[in-house]
Design a protein around this ligand. Structure first.
Ligand SMILES: [Zn+2]
Length: 854
């Protein structure tokens, strides 16, 4: 087994041997403000039982140095028992006490204990991120989710700092320039859920209380933190409002008091993911602290994440999957609860299910059509597999399937099942059958067939209406046809739509039914007049690709914007996008829909995804010889809509960003330059800092900005975010030198932190610079294996996915990819999976271009 990896077999064996009683962890972080200090002192004391005295096992630890290892009072020689990844433990007793004293490294990749220095004020900030297995970068432990134990943290840090961890602190003691924070023991939790956040964070405190059914009162102290230099942008009130709404809602639904005492939400810099559900100490990416105007869709997205993480306090933290195969047990639920909670908790975000249908499920459809797709319940052999499975299946498809399950067993049975599951497995670990048992009891239904069809197979079905009419235009038979490798039971609503007198496309019939097998007849439709549009998954109850009959497709081509129901419209847009991706609708036809109807789209989240998808359609799916023409049409449309939008509105901002992403011609570039320089103006459009950077990026990629100008903009915004944006702009400049510098900064050194790796990669590949980056295809394939071996998995994943030549949409790129895959059958499976997915995107683009050529 490779050193850093841990296999499921090893974890199972260890769980069979060991039971952990407690952890005591002391971290001395007082060296953190000194940039020369690469490590911190970590001391772990683990009390644990072994089922077979005399047996051997190991603890996990990724550390540059181990000072001492003591097992049951025996000093072990670190040089003999520590190999850089594991501490070998031989001759275990029935009850054991292990003490490991190590020097652990501050991280710059967001894995383990990340250290960040704020360019604004020079302050240092720390936070941990451990999922799936990086607690071992900070302290010695048994790094697997099913060895839960109470953790007691003690943290020494600079006197001016605050420290947050999973539990409340019991005391703070000053010693010279430092203070030592002693935290209360946690409830039994998994290693990946432990957390420490330390630094001079700005904090806003609040409080939640609730009367419980037994008459007692539950008190939850709340805190929200961010860096000091972001305090002026921090709308903690809005975050805490959603937090309280969520706490009300989940207490109602789950009927189990929040089990982790206090609830801190820390917004932290250079965070790799959206957020992490550490019990009592949730961490979020600080881009959720909005420095410039954002649309309501961004606020909705953040509120969704707040509720997603909160749902995890029960699904994931209180009850945790045994191993990463059942990651969906927590992620699918939390993803579902994010949207469900936005509506149910009475937040102001009412379009949560529209966003889910249109954006979240697009991620699932994409992932589920890769050759690497997998069942929702996955086969996770080891930690590298686990790392890649935080994907569109585990989150979005799982959530969509739970939405279908709610439609299938009913809401009450679903939530009653969840309540039983929490009570039965409190602070325990579970597998699929544990949840099913609870749901079968409460629904009275046998869920084996449903589970086999939905959770244990992969792939997405297409549902297509088949409409047969008589000479009078009345339906004689309506049927729903199902395609796909595995045919599934679908609870669906079929919507029938017609034009009303004013021309709006409105629903005139609604039929709810169970679809099963390849063809399901809908007898209720017979005798009705033939509708203009049949929508087979109206209300978005099931997970499928929606297809259309010829008449319905013609209706959409001429009148998609006339669909008045925003969810139905979002579904129609999503279906059109899937047709385009599947090379069944030419990209220019999809773009024609956008050109004609996007201006009427009222839902801001849907509009923003249309903008992204239109840009992808142009860059990847349109025939190359039509690209310039298509780009010009999109940019003209963007400018027209930008000028027509209500001044100061979200729609105006979204169209301004779209103009920036499509502007290529001199006139449009000049307009952006004018808006930046103050010589141009669009009524109501605030060209604030984030928008300025978007304009600079466009100008840089088009060769209309100099490094000096980018430097001047950075002086104006010398912040962490400004630095990332400037790096991206420099990497986007259309010169061989800029490309070589970006490539080298990422590939030839591991000095760059995660955020700047991402910025370099994002700037490097620009759609209008295909020739400039074509020469990097061969070097890319040459470096894959060494990158995978030498870099941390987080950074390696970014390089492999980010530098793949996705814009070189030519057969020879596909051939080069196949040559690498054929020549490297023994490469790490997780690396092959990433390359296979990139290859599939490329092959899809080639098929779509072929379709677009006609
Ligand atoms: Zn989650």
């Amino acid at each position: 087994m490779p050193g850093k990896n841990l296999s499921r077999d090893e974890a199972q064996k260890r769980a069979g041997l060991i039971e952990v009683e407690s952890y005591r962890v002391h971290l001395d972080l007082s060296s953190a403000p000194d940039p020369g200090a690469a490590t911190f002192r970590s001391t772990t004391t683990i009390a644990f039982d072994a089922a077979e005295p005399g047996a051997s096992s190991f603890a996990d630890l990724l550390a540059p140095a181990v000072r001492s290892v003591t097992l049951n009072g025996r000093e072990l020689d670190p040089a003999k028992v520590f190999d850089g990844h594991r501490v070998a433990l031989d001759g275990l007793a029935g009850h054991n006490l292990l003490v490991v004293e190590a020097d652990c490294a501050y991280s710059r990749t967001g894995e383990g204990l990340h250290r960040f220095v704020d360019p604004v004020d020079g302050e240092t900030y720390l936070y941990t991120h451990f999922e799936p297995a990086d607690a071992r970068r900070v302290f010695a432990n048994f790094e697997q989710p099913d060895l839960k134990a109470p953790f007691t943290f003690t943290v020494t840090a600079a006197a001016a700092w605050d420290v947050y961890a999973n539990a409340v602190h019991e005391s703070v003691q000053s010693e010279g320039d430092a203070r030592t924070w002693r935290f209360a023991p946690t409830r039994p939790i998994s290693t990946y859920l432990t957390a420490v956040v330390a630094g001079p964070y700005h904090v806003v405190r609040d409080h939640y209380s609730r009367e419980l059914p037994d008459g007692s009162t539950l008190e939850i102290p709340l805190a929200a933190t961010c860096r000091k230099s972001l305090a002026g942008f921090f709308d903690a009130d809005e975050i805490l409002t959603v937090t309280k709404q969520g706490l009300d809602f989940f207490h109602e639904e789950f009927d189990y008091p929040y089990p982790f005492g206090k609830y801190d939400q820390c917004f932290v810099p250079e965070y790799n993911i959206g957020a992490m559900e550490n019990p009592g100490c949730v961490t979020f990416r600080e881009e959720f602290v909005f420095r410039s105007k954002v649309t309501e869709a961004a606020y909705e997205g953040r509120a969704n994440v707040v509720l997603h993480e909160m749902a995890h306090m029960w699904f994931g933290d209180l009850v945790t999957m045994k191993w990463w195969d059942d990651l969906w047990l927590k992620e699918s639920f939390a993803d579902f609860m994010g949207s469900y909670g936005l509506i149910g908790a009475g937040t102001r975000y009412r379009s949560a299910w529209i966003t889910f249908a249109n954006r979240r499920k697009a991620w699932a459809y994409q992932q589920d059509q890769y050759p690497t797709t997998h069942p929702i319940t996955a086969d996770i052999r080891d930690l590298e597999d686990a790392k890649l499975n935080f994907d569109g299946i585990t989150y979005a498809k799982g959530a969509a399937v739970l939405k279908q399950l709610v439609a299938y067993v009913g809401r009450d049975a679903f939530f009653e099942g969840a309540r039983r599951y929490f009570r039965r497995h409190t602070f325990g670990n579970t597998v699929l059958t544990d949840l099913l048992a609870a749901l079968e009891e409460t629904s009275g239904r046998d869920l084996k067939a449903w589970t086999a069809a939905w959770l244990q197979t992969s792939g997405v079905n297409s549902l297509t209406p088949q409409v047969v009419c008589d000479a009078d235009g009345r339906i004689t038979e309506l049927a729903v046809l199902q395609d796909g490798d595995t045919l599934r039971p679908h609870r669906v609503t079929v919507g029938l739509y017609d034009h009303d007198e004013a021309g709006a496309l409105v629903r005139t019939g609604r039929i709810e039914l169970d679809v099963a097998g390849a063809r399901t007849s809908v007898p209720e439709a017979s005798g009705r007049p033939r509708p203009a549009l049949v929508l087979v998954n109206d209300e978005d109850l099931t997970y499928c690709k929606i297809r259309f009959d010829e008449v319905s497709l013609t209706t959409l081509r001429t009148a998609l914007g006339s669909l008045t129901d925003p969810l139905a419209r979002a579904l129609a847009w999503s279906a059109a996008w899937n047709l385009t991706r599947d090379a069944l609708m030419p990209a220019r036809d999809y773009l024609d829909l956008v050109l004609r109807f996007a201006g009427q789209e009222s839902d801001i989240g849907v509009l923003q995804s249309l903008h992204q998808q239109a840009k992808s359609a142009l860059d990847l799916y349109a025939a190359p010889d039509w690209r310039a023409e298509g780009g010009r049409l999109l940019a003209e449309c963007a400018l027209r809509e930008l000028r027509a939008a209500e001044p100061g509105s979200d729609h105006q901002l979204s169209w301004a960003r779209f103009l920036a992403s499509t502007a290529d011609g001199a006139e449009h570039l000049q307009l952006l330059a004018g808006l930046l320089g103050g010589t141009g103006r669009i009524d109501g459009l605030a060209v604030d800092q984030e928008l300025r950077w978007e304009f600079w990026l466009t100008l840089a990629a088009a060769g209309r900005a100099t490094p000096e100008e980018i430097g001047t903009e950075l002086e104006r915004d010398n912040t962490a975010s400004g630095r990332q944006r400037a790096v991206k702009c420099l990497a986007a400049l259309p010169t061989p030198g800029a490309k070589a510098a970006a490539w080298s900064a990422v590939v030839d050194s591991d000095e760059l932190p995660n955020a700047l790796v991402e910025a370099q990669i994002a700037g490097f590949a620009q759609p209008n610079q295909r020739e400039l980056t074509a020469g990097y295809t061969a070097p890319y394939f040459e470096l894959l294996e060494s990158v995978w071996e030498q870099r941390s998995i987080e950074i390696a994943m970014r390089i492999v996915g980010g530098f793949f030549p996705r814009l070189q949409t030519e057969q020879q790129t596909l051939d080069a990819t196949d040559a690498w895959l054929d020549g490297h059958p023994g490469a790490a499976p997780a690396l092959r999976r990433l390359v296979l997915e990139c290859r599939d995107n490329l092959a899809r683009a080639l098929r779509a271009q072929h379709c677009d050529r006609g």
